[in-house]
Design a protein around this ligand. Structure first.
Ligand code: GLY
Length: 353
């Protein structure tokens, strides 16, 4: 384990038992959603410490990442007389770890929690780095706190049950980590065959990817500067995600991020000189694996408005995290409305639409 509490598991059950023992909780709670309750919880049954655990199950999906579900979790903790010495284990994807982390961080002003992410997206991003949240007022992750988990246990065996789309969704965040770190990591990621997943190799890539994030979070846990680099691809990616949701054709978060990366690499190229050949290689990989996101110029205005909601913005100015080269960050950049529209034109041309 490193000093940020993230463990790439070699023996998951032992490592979880050790983490629980170290916490020495007076009561133990396990939070799952309907899916992880059925698919993942049985894998934990051998752990003695969990025989007395209280189970809290919530609905699966982002639609349940709200105040009502949060209140149900607080209620369950309160009904079972949880104390400040109780421990919450969050077993699930990013929705469970975000909401569970927030519930734990606020109950009695904060109890310890352990994240066990079960999706690739949660392993390489959501469950690591201490961001907790629920959606509010139609906005994603609008309410939350920064509060790191006591431990994050990465058990890549869970990935065997993940469908191809969710695997790709998480992989987009790994591509982002490659772009903000170095050429070796990026090249390794671009060479990985996602159609015939080698899970041993994927485990190594997950370990490397998470360490990129951890190094950044350690230097800037509350996103005052450097951590903004983790938003590469997300300013436009979130706008794509919201547009798709508004038009009742939701897309997975990582797909929107992958398409957002294409746009923000173009912006990086034209604004701060990111190399064209690398941009082209990344676009090719994304187009091959993620396909296209279809929209027309009639959607530009709404996409622009959605970008104005980004959490990094200040004073109504859209804030982008760009790159001058792989691993060379250029934070707090902005772009005119006409350059953003040009970027959307470029995206549609690259996708052949
Ligand atoms: N998902 C970006 C961050 O954790 O900062």
């Amino acid at each position: 384990m490193d000093d940020t509490g993230v463990i790439l598991c070699q023996n998951f059950l032992d490592e979880l038992s050790e983490a629980i023992t170290l916490c020495a909780p007076d009561q133990l709670f396990v939070l799952t959603d309907e899916n992880t309750h059925e698919m993942c919880l049985p894998l934990l049954h051998e752990i003695d410490a969990l025989t007395q655990a209280h189970h809290i199950m919530i609905g699966a999906g982002d639609v349940y990442k709200n105040l009502k579900t949060l209140s149900n979790v607080w209620q369950a903790l309160s009904d079972q007389s949880a104390t400040r010495h109780s421990l919450l284990i969050c077993l699930g994807g990013g929705m469970v770890t975000d909401l569970g982390g927030f519930a734990a961080s606020t109950f009695k002003r904060g109890i310890k929690y352990i994240n066990i992410p079960t999706t690739l997206l949660a392993m390489v991003d959501a469950a690591v780095g201490g961001k907790t949240a629920i959606n509010f007022n139609g906005l994603k992750n609008e309410i939350g706190v920064f509060q790191p988990a006591f431990r994050v246990l990465l058990e890549t065996e869970f990935l065997h049950t993940l469908d191809a789309h969710n695997l790709l969704s998480g992989y987009a965040e790994m591509l982002k980590h490659g772009l903000i770190s170095n050429y070796d990591t990026l090249n390794e990621l671009l060479a990985f065959d996602l159609a015939n997943t080698n899970y041993n190799q994927l485990k190594q890539l997950v370990g490397k990817s998470v360490s990129v994030k951890e190094i950044i979070v350690k230097k800037d846990p509350k996103e005052q500067g450097l951590r903004k680099s983790l938003n590469l691809g997300h300013t436009i990616g979130h706008a794509f995600e919201s547009l798709a949701l508004n038009q009742q054709r939701p897309v997975l978060h990582g797909y929107a991020v992958a398409w957002g990366l294409i746009c923000e690499l173009y912006l990086s190229h034209v604004s701060v000189g990111f190399p064209r050949d690398v941009m082209r290689r990344v676009i090719h990989f994304i187009h091959e694996n993620y396909g296209s996101f279809i929209f027309t110029c009639d959607d530009y205005e709404l996409l622009y408005k959605l970008m104005l909601h980004d959490k990094k913005n200040k004073g109504g100015i859209i804030n982008f995290s760009l790159l001058t080269d792989v691993g060379e960050l250029c934070l707090d950049q902005t772009a005119t409305q006409s350059l953003i529209y040009e970027t959307l034109d470029f995206f549609r041309e690259s996708m052949g639409i």
